[in-house]
Design a binder for this molecule. Sequence first.
Ligand code: ATP
Ligand code: MG
Length: 567
Amino acid sequence: MRWSNFYLFTSREVPSDAEVVSHQLMSRAGMLRKMAAGIYVYQPLAWRSIQKLMTIVRREMEVAGSAELAMPAVQPAELWEESGRWQKYGKELLRIRDRHDRDFCFGPTHEEIITDVVRRDISSYRQLPVNLYQIQTKFRDEIRPRFGLMRGREFLMKDAYSFHADDDSLHEAYEAMHAAYCRILEACGLNYTVVEADSGAIGGSWSHEFMVLAETGEDAIVHCDECGYAANVEKATTELVAPETEPAAEATEVPTPGMSSCAEVAEHLGVPIETLVKTLLYETDQGIVAVVLRGDRDVNEVKLGNELDATFVRLASEQQVREVTGAPVGFAGPVGLEGVTLMADESVRELKAFISGANAADTHLQGVTWGRDAEPARWVDVVQVGGGDPCPRCSSTLVESRGVESGHIFKLGTVYSEPMGCTFSFGEGEEKPMTMGCYGFGVSRTIAACIEQNHDEDGIIWPRPLAPFEVLVVALNSKDETVVAAAEEIYGELKDAGYDVLFDDRDERPGVKFKDADLVGFPVRVVIGAKSLANGQIEVSDRRSKGRQDVARESVVEAVSKLLEDA
Ligand code: ATP
Ligand code: MG
């Protein structure tokens, strides 16, 4: 492809809403055009990368035994009512109404549609298992669309679904998909890790996420180098050791004027903060919930939502805190707290005596004991786990890092097949719901994640498998006929050798061409200039190391192929 024929316009402007580097670089490299919040045109350069990724994904889906189909993006509400999600899914679901006043939605995911397809086609265990996938545009009305392709509202996803007669068969498909996702990310040349995950709005019992590692990733993950445990912090657990405390004959009040934080109280009383508990009030769709946890710790709201099976949890307002506790924020405690569900985190279970708020202004209680003074309705695990915490499996130390969630696989069981009557027959006229798995891979997000992981101050550094073009051929002076002729020839040779080549034949200054080459991030650059050409030399360089070398005119293809091997 010649640059003059291609549609590629770089820019110095960074859109004001581009906070992350992938969004900034994709905008500057002319890959994206924003139409509305979270809705973009994939310009030709972006589309080439996306198509390369889709080719890799399709190849690995075939290996995993999944067949491609294409489902409608617009889905009838009736199916969502059958599964129960029309009510449950919330505002991320873009609901639309047709001219006959019938309700539809623009699909954020396709469990309902695929379950409807399969329940009509499959009736016997002999037809199972089945495994189907599509690559399609999804729409989720995300509350904060941001970061360009990382969190769009309209985005490209590969979604696969499998249906089985039993759990063993599901497990086999799940493992095959797990392996396929690893191979996809490896084939893309990305550095990634697989973590245990929360199963979120999709439901189900077991899931893993595939994280492309990048400091700028939205997800925090922890892992243990010792035993290999790895989890999203929305799912991670830990084993916090409770400090030894002396039991007290009774709980007694201590004045703590104006001390509304555990740190202040601990310092004032001269005790370790681990012997304090904090009590946080949350407003949820199930009423107000009080959560007690160690004084130095935070609640992970996703874990809390899962414990409660709640559709929303948010910190209670100051006024709600006053109504429930009779005190300002900062003095809540489990003793005598009424009218709310009291939950306590495992991190405070073993405390023999502890300090808590007294549900009275400027007052705390000392020597509080579970059982005698207060008792939670439920013990839960809602604590935010982080680097430095003990590994829940082997007690060695967890390490924290960040990543971009590129794929997410779930064992769904029968959460869709049961309400939707997707059953099969076995034995003597017996029927049961199929057990299901679903497997999502963010195609557009993975392109952004690739850039988060692979860039420098000058631009993108594409790993070869996802590069829109593998090689850029630059004619340094587009008015010098000898240079242009040699460049044309080399361009032809590289194309004939099977490489994806862009020929920068624009009438631009060398500086502009070099800047653009670095910004767009072609893995290998070939520069034809008058001076070196006169000596029979051509400059070849690779984007990652920026190491330049002059090679003989006849060896250009060989030199490019060597550099591409490592790109
Ligand atoms: P997140 O927690 O980031 O919102 P999710 O758990 O909602 O993701 P899934 O429902 O598992 O995502 O969707 C499968 C894949 O689709 C994700 O792993 C991700 O790669 C991609 N994806 C999800 N939401 C978006 C989005 N708003 N923009 C781009 N890609 C997305
Ligand atoms: Mg989401």
